[in-house]
Design a protein around this ligand. Structure first.
Ligand code: GLN
Length: 380
């Protein structure tokens, strides 16, 4: 393996899912729904295949999809963007992040991210040769330590990689935090790359896109996807929205990584993004019910559970059960109790900081959630 990747391990999600299958554990680890996406979206993709929409799409996206993404973005943020030049369809948000970083970051540029962080961020930043600076969001509220952020920004800082709602904590960045980050970025000429894939899974706060704050659109790449909002994680359809001068760099990387994204799935995505508002209301209602089952269940088992305002994850502190660290706890949980969760130390540069934390997902049907709780109640 190349030197720039040799420090990276197999992703924790693959490791845990494999172990869960081996031990017949109920998998509340990797974040993928165990229920299907909506028929009206699947039908649109099937129809596109039947209609012969099976050759390469235009490199930056099927025009209808770029338009639907721009319309959705306007509804969500009030921002009007040019679908042709400012919207790029990617292979999920993970590719959007990779293309953005590879297309806009030079070796040695400093990029700031907030720990705990989604594991692909570090991998992609390593591929680009970025100098990674991490700022830890600490329990119980995972607030942004503003002074630390101020002292971390230097003349070499090129970008801040943001994720709100935040995986794995469920934290949502507040308007005050986003305003502060925005003014620091403007003052220091720093870009923002923001992963907002959980924007429709919010429970007690409104999601705010940092691009919608004054003077921020011109320095922000906003990334999103279909997977979480439409329970279609296997489709890998995502996108990036950015002003032309940033879109150009990310598009250069995207073109030579992927060239283009599966045409019929893009046609399905058009139908998804034109879903009526009631779709989102139903989704939220279903997820609130699932979250309640998981959170109340974990508390009744004896975990300390941290509040989650968005995403389909909650963090819990496993220390009441007396294990040395998160990895030991999760191994026991899978092998002896039959429930899989994600140990969080891998989401930190300094892994010690995550050793008390485990992440559970509630993107599962209610029966599965209840079965996991019953196993833990009985055996833990
Ligand atoms: N985003 C999903 C999660 O956090 C996992 C995706 C993956 O397995 N790479 O669980």
């Amino acid at each position: 393996v190349a030197k720039r990747l040799e420090k990276l391990k197999a992703t924790i999600f693959t490791q845990i899912s494999k172990l869960a299958i081996k031990h017949g554990a109920v998998n509340l680890g990797q974040g993928f729904p165990n229920f299907d996406g909506p028929d009206f979206v699947k039908e649109a993709a099937i129809q596109a295949i039947r209609d012969g929409k099976n050759q390469y799409a235009q490199g930056y996206g099927v025009p209808d999809l770029s338009i639907a993404i721009a319309e959705r973005f306007k509804k969500d943020t009030g921002l009007v963007v040019d679908p042709e030049n400012q919207v790029t369809v990617t292979a999920g948000c993970t590719e959007a992040i990779a293309a953005t970083v590879l297309g806009l970051i030079n070796p040695g540029d400093e990029v700031i991210l907030f720990a705990p962080f989604y594991d692909s961020y570090i991998a992609t930043l390593s591929m680009a040769g970025a100098d990674i600076k991490s700022i830890t969001l600490r329990p119980p509220d995972f607030a942004v330590p503003i002074d630390e952020l101020k002292s971390t920004i230097s003349k070499n800082t090129r970008a801040i990689l943001l994720n709100t709602p935040h995986n794995p904590t469920g934290k949502m960045f507040t308007r005050e935090e986003l305003n502060t980050i925005a003014s620091l970025c403007i003052e220091n000429d720093v870009l923002v790359f923001t992963d907002e894939v959980y924007h429709k899974l919010t429970f007690d706060m409104e999601h705010i896109s940092i691009a919608s704050l004054p003077e921020m659109f011109e320095r922000t790449v906003t990334m999103n996807s279909l997977g979480k909002t439409f329970s279609l994680t296997g489709w890998k359809v995502g996108w990036a929205i950015a002003p032309e001068h940033l879109s150009w760099g990310m598009r250069q990387a995207h073109t030579f990584l992927n060239f283009t994204i599966a045409t019929p799935l893009q046609c399905g995505a058009v139908a998804a993004l034109r879903a009526p508002d009631s779709y989102y209301a139903d989704l939220k209602r279903d997820y609130i019910a699932k979250k309640t089952i998981l959170v109340e269940g974990l508390k009744s088992v004896g975990f300390k559970v941290f509040p989650s305002s968005g995403t389909f994850f909650v963090l819990a502190d496993h220390t009441p059960f007396g294990f040395e660290n998160d990895v030991a706890f999760c191994e026991y949980l899978i092998k002896e109790i039959g429930v899989a969760a994600i140990p969080c130390s891998v989401f930190y540069l300094n892994q010690e900081e995550g050793k008390n934390l485990v992440r559970f997902t509630f993107c599962k049907d209610e029966e599965t959630l209840k079965a996991a709780i019953a196993r833990m109640k009985e055996r833990l």
